[in-house]
Design a protein around this ligand. Sequence first.
Ligand SMILES: [Zn+2]
Length: 501
Amino acid sequence: MQEKLDELKHRLREVYDLHGAAAVLNWDQSTYMPKRSAPIRARRLAYLQTLAQEKFTDPAIGKLLDDLQAYGESLPYESDDASLIRVTRREYEKQIKVPTTFTAEFGEHAANSFSIWAAARPENDFATVQPLLEKTLDYSRQYSEFFPGYDHIADPHIDRGNHGITTALVRELFGALRDELIKLLNAIKTQEQVEDSFLYRHFPKAQQYAFAREVAQQFGYDFERGRLDETHHPFETRLNWGDVRITTRGDDHHLGDGVFATMHETGHGLYEQGTHPDLDSSPLQSGTSSAVHESQSRLWENRIGRSRGFWEHYYPVLKDYFPGVLDDVSVDAFYRAINKVEPSLIRVKADEVTYNLHIMIRSELSIELLEGDLSIKELPDAWNARYERYLGVTPPDYSDGVMQDVHWYAMLIGGTFEGYTLGNILGAQYYEAVLAAHPEITDEITRGQFGTLHNWLKTNIYQHGSKFDTAELTERLTGGGISIEPLVRYLHTKFGDIYQL
Ligand SMILES: [Zn+2]
């Protein structure tokens, strides 16, 4: 058995060596690559990814998994080897269902669709992208058919990034949360708005990054196994266990992303850096799902980074980075400003209350498109109607409406948005569990200390990589299933206080 297990590990290592090489090219492409390198770089990336997929779906891997099945089941469930065999089998079964020709064909369409969208969006030109989206929808429905026996056509899509999560569960959770959020938002709208104009003073972005870098380090991000760079769209990427990079962006005239996007990506980075080194170069190496990943980025960004306690310690530090600029602003006023709730058109700029409504609109429309109840032609109007209904705002154009996010224009339709809101739900559940175990964390944060929190997350979540799926992990941490209650409690308490409800 040992020989077969070694061979499986060897083959998987080769697959992840290819993924790691592709990750370097991807990181470079999104940061410092000269523009004119784009077409050749795209080809090389596609080639590496095809090679990795071919190697992973090699029937020899299926044979090894068959031979190792009984052995894996004889080991303790959470042991490295049992988990490796179990999770590899699960991913293998999914990947062999999707023909490589489909992946290659769709990949080409997606690259084309992305570049046309990028040019059409500033021109507010939906007509040009409409036929491309129609084709993407065809591909997306076809993708579901590779997984016959699904309960709902969106299930295979949601399952892709969040194993085991179904459309029925998403609808149940999102439906209940939506009603709560709309109620809370309507209550906030009747109150006096908080003042945040001072956030638009002059805050050189290099200084914002320097401050955020100090915070990231204090959170526990290890700069000896990572780095922070500037990009258009902030992201985190794992090249390997010893190299987990984050990127950010900033604006000299807004104290915002430079600080908060960095905290967000730091949360993703802490998760990847916290995985056990023995899991590297295998399907177990990374965070388990997009939902759990997002639970961590948003926990560090929002639960910590936008908390009153955090700024108790860090407001004087921040002011030192921008001498004189915030002298007339109290820490209370600052805290309220960075938590201002305002319905807007743009998802990535949304506050903690409205953010999930942006996600729900996208999730609902994706599902309706897949079901066939909605056509691409009807999509712009459906988008606007839902913005009016949930947020009370109507996009004046397509650019900031239906053409706003890259997702539908570069990926399959379905399954790409749910992780964000599921992450907010899970983050609140996990944070309640941490506080129950370590109530002292609340005080530690006001002193700029995050060790207890970081260690708990590392021990209970990060080190396991992908050993447990979202439901299993949530059960281990909370003793129950996914629940919106902790998030609703948190939002009511925090924003009830800020808006005096
Ligand atoms: Zn994120």
